[in-house]
Ligand binder design. Structure first.
Ligand SMILES: [Zn+2]
Length: 87
């Protein structure tokens, strides 16, 4: 791992969830995951294209778990149509 700080990002410091995930919709790494463990759900929100989605999580879920569920849900709903003809 090892995270290098190369760019200087100016932002108000909120000590939580610095990790951003890749957005399946717009392809930008700007998806943040807000865990609501008490409610057993997580909010997935893309800061780039505005996509947002709730997913169910367990109380011990990590952001990456919620993200994985979101990807499942997203790709599942997207590839609902039968396979396209190959060219
Ligand atoms: Zn996006």
């Amino acid at each position: 791992m090892g995270r290098k700080k190369k760019r200087r990002v100016i932002k108000r410091v909120k000590p939580r969830l610095p990790s951003l995930f890749l957005c399946p919709a717009c392809g930008v790494q700007s998806v943040m995951v807000v865990l609501k463990r008490k409610e057993r759900e997580a909010l997935i929100k893309c800061g780039s294209c505005g996509l947002d989605e709730f997913v169910k999580i367990s109380e011990e879920a990590e952001p990456v778990d919620a993200y994985a569920k979101f990807i499942d849900k997203y790709s599942g709903s997207k590839s609902a149509s039968p396979e396209k003809s190959l060219s």
